[in-house]
Design a protein around this ligand. Sequence first.
Ligand SMILES: Nc1ncnc2c1ncn2[C@@H]1O[C@H](COP(=O)(O)OP(=O)(O)OP(=O)(O)O)[C@@H](O)[C@H]1O
Length: 246
Amino acid sequence: MIELRGLRKAFGANTVLDGIDLDVGRGESLVVIGGSGTGKSVLLKCILGLVTPDAGTIRLDGQDTREMPRDAFLARFGMLFQGGALFDSLPVWQNVAFRHLKDGLSRPEARARAVDSLARVGLPERTADLYPAELSGGMQKRAALARAIAASPQVIFFDEPTAGLDPIMAGVINRLIREAVTDLGATAVTITHDMTTVHAVADRVGLLHGGHLRWMGPAAELDRSGDPYVEQFIHGRAQGPIATLR
Ligand SMILES: Nc1ncnc2c1ncn2[C@@H]1O[C@H](COP(=O)(O)OP(=O)(O)OP(=O)(O)O)[C@@H](O)[C@H]1O
């Protein structure tokens, strides 16, 4: 479904992605882990066309994404950004139904769909008419997730979906991500530092380091990867091949 070949991106002398090859299958949930600043966000931004790669190809169902009309391309994606990124000036339902409204659906119909999506993430109908600022952080995250899945996208990107949430709410979000994959049949790519998220949502895990996907394997094999970088990361050790600033 998503196919990357030789993807490279440097910012000046800082080579962030140094030839990434990656295949993500339809309906698969891939989690990308890696230290801070290793290029996880840049990788997602390249796929979305928000950052232009220096070299390499990105294909979606076999088609080069540079040749796809921008609107048609973006219509296939849902995104949950760090911090939720809801529009403050719009009530929650208009945030959630943003794409339906853009596509010309009537307001009552769009609102009804938004209420359905909110229910899916456990938010009651009364939240539909509130503004994002009137929701707690965890509720905002759920509303943003409702928006990400509202238009039943084929691919959903989750950038640090549990950052800043308490463990219970993080568990709720992880379950919802897994449901988006299993119930909606979506392909998911998640960036996280949260090992609970890795175990809850990943079919496959990739560790990004030094511009490469240094280790890639089924989630079940993460604990016996035998790779010192993976070992250090999953056990959160300061000592190891991944340098830490002290
Ligand atoms: N627009 C940009 N201009 C210059 N450098 C950039 C830009 N975007 C990202 N970078 C650099 O690319 C590197 C990777 O950044 P990125 O945000 O992808 O890291 P990350 O792996 O997502 O980190 P974190 O886990 O801390 O969010 C960093 O060194 C960053 O400074």
